[in-house]
Write a protein that binds this ligand. Structure first.
Ligand SMILES: Nc1nc2c(ncn2[C@@H]2O[C@H](COP(=O)(O)OP(=O)(O)OP(=O)(O)O)[C@@H](O)[C@H]2O)c(=O)[nH]1
Ligand SMILES: [Mg+2]
Length: 397
């Protein structure tokens, strides 16, 4: 497939340097004669992705941890992702098991521990390199590193290294790269099905925001709006969904849709059984196979426009984890509703909105603004994307 690819030349150099450094230091550490006491060991960032969550929540935690490790000159490790290499390439050994034994006597603390503790003062204003703790742990399903992009200690790094501030894209395209056998399937699907213009839909129905719903009709309506701009085009609508019923319903609605302006519209989807239990996620309601989840996410990431479900990270991560340069515009987000006759006069009655950026949303950003000290919240708000970060995710905190 032909498209202009994202280029992050400055960041790519930083990444290459990091890989060399990591490989060199880890091979020195693993030499049988290297008996270091804990004060001589390199300092670390260790991420503990929550494996019962899906990719939309595991990937941001790894990207945040990697960002902290680059900024603070610490080594990066991932703990508890036992089958990482079944799905992703590895340029350097980041399995925590490789070195964990050496760090038995080291000091450690969490920067992020889910919703129970988050050191946002450090992230927004502190200097991570001055932190004396040997191991900084992260356990999160969020993208809570967003405030570090406006931290005065690191602003220059971001301006120089990722000047367009599409930070998630730059880091995730290096750290989270699909294994060839998965990538090939996603590319083949896109090659066989994509046409002049491709709209990706992510329908998430198993996870609701409170008891609200996002009707399949609304996704279909947004596709109709997008099609108004097209003329004499072959258009593909790719549907990814978290359950069979919802997928069938939406596909049928789209197939019945009137097409205007002499466009032809082709509706496609992958064929996984989306009601089958996923052994990695367990009984969390995240069904379907891990491999097809990644194929769906990758195919979504290659679409020209995305229509995704509010409150689900899956679509947002697809938007950010995209090598397609066109993705400067953020996805269109379908908002949940209680029922369609609900209070139309409310200013916050929004059916759909277009996100400003394809950076992931930050679930805890509203919390930072509401509860952190004034300076931390004002540093966060000096981030040009703060409104974007705080708008796009579930309202629960
Ligand atoms: N194949 C496929 N799998 C999906 C799809 N939507 C959801 N899933 C599965 O369900 C998981 C959803 O978890 P996340 O990716 O974290 O998305 P989320 O909606 O934020 O869910 P939470 O983890 O509950 O916050 C995915 O990793 C997949 O395993 C889809 O469109 N296609
Ligand atoms: Mg999520």
């Amino acid at each position: 497939m032909k498209y202009t690819e994202v280029k992050n030349l400055n960041f790519d150099l930083v990444y290459e340097e990091y890989v060399k450094k990591h490989n060199r230091i880890v091979s020195e550490l693993l030499r049988p004669s290297a008996k270091l006491n804990s004060s001589e060991l390199p300092k670390l960032v260790v991420v503990e992705p929550v494996m019962t969550n899906g990719f939309g929540n595991r990937i941001p935690s790894m990207v945040c941890g990697f960002m902290y490790s680059l900024l603070s000159d610490r080594l990066f490790f991932i703990s508890g992702y036992d089958n990482f290499t079944n799905y992703f390439e590895k340029d350097f050994e980041h399995d925590w098991k490789t070195v964990a034994d050496m760090y038995e006597n080291s000091t450690s603390r969490y920067i992020h521990d889910a919703n129970s503790y988050n050191d946002f003062e450090l992230v927004a204003r502190g200097n991570l390199s001055n932190d004396e703790t040997d191991i900084l742990y992260l356990r999160t399903w969020d993208y809570p590193c967003a405030p570090i992009m406006s931290n005065p200690h690191y602003k220059e790094w971001f301006n120089k290294t990722i000047p367009d501030y599409r930070v998630f894209t730059a880091l995730s395209l290096k750290l989270i790269r699909l294994k060839q056998y998965i990538n090939k399937q996603a590319d083949a699907f896109a090659d066989n099905n994509f046409t002049d213009y491709n709209i990706g839909i992510h329908l998430r129905e198993r996870k609701t925001t409170w008891d609200m719903i996002t009707p399949p009709e609304h996704f279909c309506n947004v596709v109709k709006m997008l099609l108004l701009e097209m003329k004499n085009m072959n258009i593909t609508v790719f549907v990814a969904a978290d359950n069979n019923n919802g997928r069938n319903k939406l596909v049928n609605l789209l197939r019945e849709m009137d097409t205007y302006n002499n466009n032809t519209v082709n509706i496609v989807h992958t064929d996984d059984d989306m009601d089958a239990l996923n052994p990695v996620s367990g009984s969390t309601g995240n069904t379907g196979s891990e491999v097809v989840a990644l194929i769906d996410m990758k195919v979504l990431s290659l679409c020209d426009d995305l229509v995704i479900t509010y409150g689900s990270s899956f679509g947002f991560i697809a938007a950010g984890w995209s090598q397609k340069a066109y993705h400067r515009r953020g996805p269109l987000v379908i908002m949940p509703i209680t029922n369609s006759s609900d209070d139309f006069q409310d200013v916050d009655k929004v059916w759909v909105y277009g996100a400003v950026s394809n950076e992931p949303c930050m679930f805890l950003s509203k919390w930072v603004i509401a509860y952190e000290d004034e300076e931390t919240s004002s540093v966060f708000k000096s981030n040009p994307l703060w409104m974007h970060y705080s708008q796009c995710h579930a309202p629960t905190f």
